[in-house]
Structures are given as C-alpha cells and as structure tokens.
Write a protein that binds this ligand. Structure first.
Ligand code: PBG
Length: 321
C-alpha cells in the first residue's frame, strides 16, 4: 500500500496539522432569554442549563461570558401576557425592558456584539411572527411593524438585527428603515432558511411564544426543500443582508453546505433549543457523553460550512477550552 490514510492520524501533533476545520469561541453566539424584574435566574425546564435572566442577572451572565472570550449574544424577550396585543406594539414601546437591557449592556460592555430578534411572536397575543387576520398571516401589513421594531432595536444599540419572522421582503424593508434613520452601520443577520421545525419546543416554553392557533407552515420553510433556500438566500442578499442563517442546524447541514457554495456572505447556523435539549436528555440518562458530543456536534456544523454558530452550548464550550 502506497497510500495509508492512517499515517496522518498517528499522533496528536500530526492530527493537528491535518485538521481541516476549527472551532473557536469567536465563532459562537450565546442566546440569552430575558425577563423583566430583579434577581431572577429561572431555568428553562425543557432546556436544563439555560436560564431566563432579569436585567441585573443578564449583566452578570454577559460579564462572565466575556471573561471566557465569548463576546456574541443573541437576546430574546419573555414578555408578560398582559403586554401582548395583536399588533405587537410593546416591541417598540419606549418602556420595553428588552430595549432597555440592550442599551445598558451595550453601555457597560461596548466590546460585546448584541444580536436582536425581529418577529412579532414574543409580543403578539396571537403568538405568530406576523399580523393575523381571519386566520391568515398577513405579509405586507407586517413589514412596517418589523421595520419599526428593528429601528427601535438599532436605537437601543444592537449591533446586528435578526429578523426571524420569514415574511417576504422583510430584509429590504428593515434595511431601508435602518438607513432612513441613520443606522447605516447596523447589520442584518437574516434568518434566510428557517424551517417549520419541531425542534423549537424548549424555546417556545422559555418565551411562552407558541402560536395560539395553527402552525407556522405558511411562512417558515418546508423541511423537504433545499433548493428553495437558494431563492431565499438570493433575495436576502439583494435586499441587503450581512449574514445568511440556516435554522435549525443539524437536520439541515446540507442546506448550510449549499448556501456556503453559492453565496459569499458569511453563513450562520442556529443550533436550536430542541437540538440541544435532546443531547442534554441523552446525557442525563447516561447515554451520551456531553463533554465529547458538544465539540463534535459544533465542529460538524462548522464543517458543513457555517462561519457562525448560535448555540445554547456556547458558554459551556468556552468554559472547557
Ligand atoms: C421566533 C423564533 C423561534 C426561534 C428563534 N426565533 C421559534 C419559532 O419560530 O417559533 C427558535 C430558536 C430555538 O428553538 O432555539 N421568531
């Protein structure tokens, strides 16, 4: 045998030189669930190890992540039911605690990168990402609401706006609104290929944001489709996106790879709540070693082509490096 691939696996040092893909803390984004109040750190039952933080606790959490070199955060608000309405008006209300937290975090930790969430669902009494009328999710009528939400978030100091709603034309509507209001430097991380997935369960528990009726299949993508992601990616690129995201990550590694081959913008992958929860559940049963499974899983998302990974394991990975 002239070729013996095992020679390149002989030692740690040789394996290191031959390693094709790397995973650094700088590639990771830690999601943070926020709720109003003080001194609250409440674990999400369906996602052990992940908490909902009041603003003061969120600051401590961000500080401890920064000490580990983890600088990127995506923030989600858990909004009290009484503040929700059909038009999601609380999303841009001047007293909105989510915007307040972002403003305070940015002032205290300017070196951090804060990513927002733009969608109506955490603020909507219907629990949908768009405006609901007669059981339909309206597209064009939703866009001004999303644009207004995005401008309020840019004003609060978010570095990247994260439209997760999957309405048509929202990246363009948000880009125009940001520019008109002077936020030409605020970027957009577009949820480009977001699938109607069963893996968002723990997230909806954390935010109490499940749809009150129906499902999200008229706006989130059909899990059977990959080519359709190319259409979405072309539109988001034209409309001014700065990052293209695929979500979830693990069942959609082929889609990550496809976008990476066809587009030049950086690709983000969202390793979603249900994907993390099933690994944690297996580990709790002693069926899986999380110490080994987490780096392998995150590396596989990188290998597929993701530049950025949003994962509930970001801090955990940073702690163990
Ligand atoms: C909502 C939103 C969802 C997630 C991020 N933004 C859930 C949904 O679409 O219902 C899911 C993230 C996760 O499961 O970790 N706009």
């Amino acid at each position: 045998m002239l070729q013996r691939p095992r020679r390149n696996r002989r030692s740690e040092a040789i394996r290191g030189m031959a390693q094709e893909t790397h995973l650094e803390v700088s590639h990771l984004v830690q999601p943070l669930f926020l709720l109003d109040g003080r001194g609250i750190r409440k674990e999400v039952a369906s996602l052990p190890g992940t908490f909902r933080f009041s603003p003061d606790e969120a600051k401590k959490e961000v500080e401890s992540c920064l000490k580990l070199g983890l600088r990127n955060f995506i923030l989600f608000p858990a909004v009290e039911e009484s503040l929700k309405d059909p038009h999601a008006t609380y999303s841009y209300h001047p007293d909105n605690f989510y915007l307040r937290v972002a403003r305070e975090l940015k002032a205290e930790f300017p070196e951090s990168c804060l990513i927002s969430d733009v969608a109506m669902d955490p603020y909507s009494s219907d629990g949908h990402d768009g405006l609901v009328k007669d059981g339909q999710i309206l597209n064009d009528e939703t866009l001004p609401i999303l644009a207004r939400m995005a401008v309020a978030q840019a004003e609060a100091g978010f570095d990247l706006i994260g439209p997760s709603d999957m309405m048509d034309g929202r990246v363009g509507a948000i880009r125009r609104a940001l520019d008109e209001n002077g936020f030409t430097q605020t970027g957009i991380m577009a949820y480009t290929a977001k699938y109607a997935s069963a893996y968002y369960g723990p997230f909806r528990d954390a935010l109490d944001s499940a749809p009150k009726s129906g499902d999200k299949k008229t706006y989130q993508m059909n899990p059977a489709n990959a080519r359709e992601a190319l259409i979405e990616a072309a539109l988001d690129t034209e409309e001014g996106a700065d990052f293209l995201m695929v979500k979830p990550a693990l069942n959609y590694l082929d889609v990550i790879s496809l976008l990476k081959q066809h587009f030049e913008l950086p690709i983000a992958a969202y390793h979603v709540s249900g994907e993390c929860a099933m690994m944690i559940a297996a580990a709790q049963n002693g069926w899986l070693d999380l110490e080994k499974a987490v780096p392998e899983t995150l590396l596989s998302i990188r290998r597929a082509g993701a530049d950025v990974i949003i994962t509930y394991f970001a801090k955990r990975y940073a702690e163990r490096r």
